[in-house]
Every structure is written in C-alpha cells, then in structure tokens.
Design a protein around this ligand. Structure first.
Ligand code: DMJ
Length: 463
C-alpha cells in the first residue's frame, strides 16, 4: 500500500490536467494501414454505431429518464424507487467515442438536471459503483466538465459507508441517504471491484482516502484465500468466514481477479502485483481445464483444488482478455477460441454450459459483452484478423436474434431464441462499445493509454 500511496501523490500532481482523453490519445496511421480489411472495419464500425443509435432512440422514445428500457413492452423501468439514470450514465462515454455529439449533449443535460443521490433508498454497492460512479468518472475524463466529478465524488462518499465493517470489506447494500448497510454475506466481485474507480477518484481529487479504502477491502479479502491461493465464492464481510468454498473465475469472483491485475498496472502497485502473481498461478493450476475441444476454466474446491464441476459461460469469456493483458497470449488465444465455440454452439452464447458435454445449463442471454471484450483485447494485442471475423459474426448474430423494432432484447433461451423484455445498461456501456472499438480506426481511443473498468468505462493510464 505504501508504494501505491507514493505513486498516488505522483499521479495526482501529474494528472491535474482534465483535458479530454480524446484529445490526448491517437493511433498513428502507420499502425493501421489502409487495406481491404480496413474498409470492412469502417463499415462494421458504422454498423455498430447505427445499431447503438437504433437502441438509443428506443430508450429515448419509450424510457427517457428511467434506468432502463423494457424493449418488448415498450416502457421504462427503474431499479429502485427513484431512477439513477443507469442507461444514460452507462451509455454516455460510448456516445463520446462514437462521436454522437447531439445524443451526448442531450444526455449530459439530463444527467445534470435530474441526477440526485440524496435519496432514502438502499442500493447494491457493486452495481451502482461500476455503472454510475464509474460512468461519471469516465464522463469527467472524456468531457472535462467538472460537474461530473462532483457527482462522482458525492456518490463515492455515500457508497463508502458500505465499507464500515469490522474487516473493511464492504457490505453488499447501502442506503444512499442514511448510510445504513446490509448484506454481510458477500462475494469477491462485490468486495474487490472498487480499486480502479476509487484510485481514479483519488487521483482527480487529491484525496488518497478513496484508494486506501478500496485497497483495504482488497487486501482483507486476499488474506482469506486458501493455502492453494484460491479464492472462495462466498465470504462474510464481518468475520471473514468462508460461506462457500467453491473457486472459479466466473460471476461472483470474476472482476476481483480483473481488478487485481488492472490495479497493479494502472497504479504500478507492487502490493497488488505480489497478490496477482500467486493468484494467476493458482487459477491456471487448479481451474484451467484442457479438453479435446479446447481450453476452459471450471470450478474447484478452494482447499483441495479438487475439480467440482465443468461449467463455463458468457461471463467467463472476459478471462481471455485478462490473460492477454497479463501477457499470456497463448492461453488467451486458446480461451478466446473456446469463447467463440461457445457462442457458435447455438448462434448466441448461453449464460452457462457444461464444457465436457457441451450441454447448455442456463440458456439465457442478457446481451452480455464479455465475448466482444476479449475479441477486442486479443485483436489489440495480436492484430490477428481472425478476431475481427469473430466479432463480425457475433455482431451479425446479435442483430439476427436480439434486435427488435425499437431496440435490442435479451433472450430467454439461446436454443429457442425467444426474446425477453429486458435490455441491460451494459449493452450500451460495454457490448456496443467493445464491438465498435474492435473495428474503429478513428484513433479516438488508444488502447495502450487506457484501462477499462469492469463496465468498459475507460480511464487514462498514469504516464
Ligand atoms: C457487467 O455489469 C460487468 O462487466 C460485470 O463485471 C459483470 N457483468 C456485467 C456484464 O455481463
């Protein structure tokens, strides 16, 4: 933590410039030569942008001001008693990157007119943090308007109350007005997915308390790993008691692993690096599973390393990108091949399946981004055109099976393709952003100069 604190001070000084990220980051033309492929990339980027507009216009027409659009019943929907503008805040930076100037300016107006956190309601710390708090922070970096930072810090101060547990690990729920907390039985993702955002807030405000709070939670959680360096799926934040000893890379653990690596890189933090090295080793030793049909990551008991099940799904697909970022391009490429196999099994990936039998376990698809995310990472690291082809096929499938007359809809089951009245804000924040960036050649965002939060909100790396 001490090395990170010194680093923070250095970057607080160096990063006082809030000029737009777009102005600072460029890709030199020599890296992206004009070719037949480039022309197709341009067409694909245009297509993704057009589909973003299609879905956004649906939200605008039927759900303006609500958290989300219900695309089949054509009405707005709020998560809690008052809207937190989930979709507009989550979508804003994608509009900036897509050069949707008018849409971005209307959205900005809505945010400053309506967003208010002084409401007596309990929210889920993790979800609100990665979407709202994180979205406001990237909006600040991209747009430069200080009011975004003011809102982000207001939200962070309220969410920080969740970390008032005996261990420093956050409760799952917190009341935005009273600071009352609930939900001591939590999981690594909901405990350890704060460092990137809290560190960025410390950088912009000059106040190290945010980074320190998230770091305390992360190190406390790490201390409750098994002797094999595996992480439990369930843990009590008041006592550290393990409530579910299954370990995996999937939902409930995924973004904790992601933030350990991203935090180490973004803040040049040696403590995080010393946590990441044994963690990734254990993940590859006990969770990776090489099968005749490819590389997968399954479930193991955290104390013995014994294989418990061979389930893999849409959420797990993020890990190919993480492996690439870690520098393990071999495993990353193998895993992305499996991700694509999973997608193509029924033309859209299922929430989960058994990779030993290739039987679907949970057939739903809620417009998740991870497969696009990893294709984008792999393409950035390798420039191998097969990732463009993967992205193109997946995006075309998305249009075929999930598009509606006014937006996009989740699927109840990828085997029947029956639609569900649901469109998550991360469809705008992540799925469409990663699909767009995979093909984008405008140079607006330089992959090497940013780190994305787990909801695809980009932050400038510290130079
Ligand atoms: C997003 O909210 C984030 O990517 C989170 O880390 C995992 N799940 C969804 C997208 O699938």
């Amino acid at each position: 933590m001490r090395s990170s604190f010194l680093y923070l001070i250095a970057f607080i000084v160096s990063m006082s410039n809030t000029a737009a990220l777009v102005a600072q980051t460029t890709i030199s033309p020599s890296q992206t030569p004009e070719s037949a492929q480039s022309i197709e990339k341009l067409e694909m980027a245009e297509l993704v942008r057009a589909e973003f507009l299609h879905a956004w216009n649906g939200y605008k027409t039927y759900a303006w001001g609500y958290d989300a659009l219900k695309p089949l019943s054509k009405q707005g929907h709020n998560w809690y008693k008052q809207s937190l503008l989930m979709t507009p805040v989550d979508a804003f930076d994608t509009m900036i990157l897509m050069d949707l100037t008018e849409e971005a300016s209307e959205t900005k107006e809505l945010i400053f007119a309506k967003l208010n956190f002084d409401v007596d309601m309990e929210v889920q710390n993790f979800e609100v943090s990665i979407r709202i708090f994180a979205g406001l922070l990237s909006a600040y970096e991209l747009d430069g308007d200080k009011r975004f930072l003011v809102l982000a810090e207001d939200m962070a101060k309220r969410l920080m109350k969740a970390f008032n547990s005996p261990t420093g690990m956050p409760y799952r729920y917190v009341n935005l007005k009273t600071g009352a907390t609930s939900g001591p039985i939590s999981n690594p993702a909901e405990i350890g997915t704060y460092l990137v955002e809290y560190g960025i807030l410390s950088k912009h405000t000059g106040n190290p308390i945010y980074y320190q709070t998230a770091m305390k939670a992360m190190t406390a959680l790490y201390s409750f790993r098994s002797s094999l360096n595996l992480t439990a799926e369930g843990i009590n934040v008041e006592t550290g008691e393990i409530t579910n000893p299954v370990s995996h890379i999937s939902g409930c653990i995924d973004s904790y692993l992601e933030y350990m690596l991203k935090g180490a890189i973004l803040f040049n933090d040696s403590t995080l690096q010393s946590m990441w090295t044994p963690t990734i080793e254990a993940v590859n030793n006990y969770l990776a599973d090489q099968k005749p049909n490819g590389l997968w990551y399954g479930q193991a008991e955290m104390y013995t390393g014994e294989r418990i099940s061979t389930t893999y799904g849409a959420l797990d697909a993020f890990f190919a990108g993480t492996l690439a970022m870690h520098g393990d391009l071999k495993r990353a490429a193998d895993l992305q091949q499996s991700n694509y196999l999973m997608w193509m099994l029924h033309g859209i990936e299922p929430e989960s399946m058994n990779y030993s039998t290739m039987e679907v376990e949970n057939g739903s698809y809620i417009l998740r981004p991870e497969n696009f995310e990893s294709a984008y990472y792999l393409y950035q690291y390798t420039h191998d055109e097969k990732y463009l082809e993967m992205g193109k096929s997946m995006f075309e499938n998305l249009i075929t099976y999930c598009r509606t007359d006014l937006a996009f809809a989740a699927l109840k089951d990828v085997r029947t393709k029956e639609k569900r009245d649901y469109m998550e804000s991360f469809f705008f924040a992540e799925t469409l952003k990663y699909a767009y960036l995979l093909f984008d050649e405008s140079g607006k965002l330089d992959f090497n100069k940013v780190i994305f939060n787990t909801e695809a909100h980009p932050y400038r790396r510290i130079e």
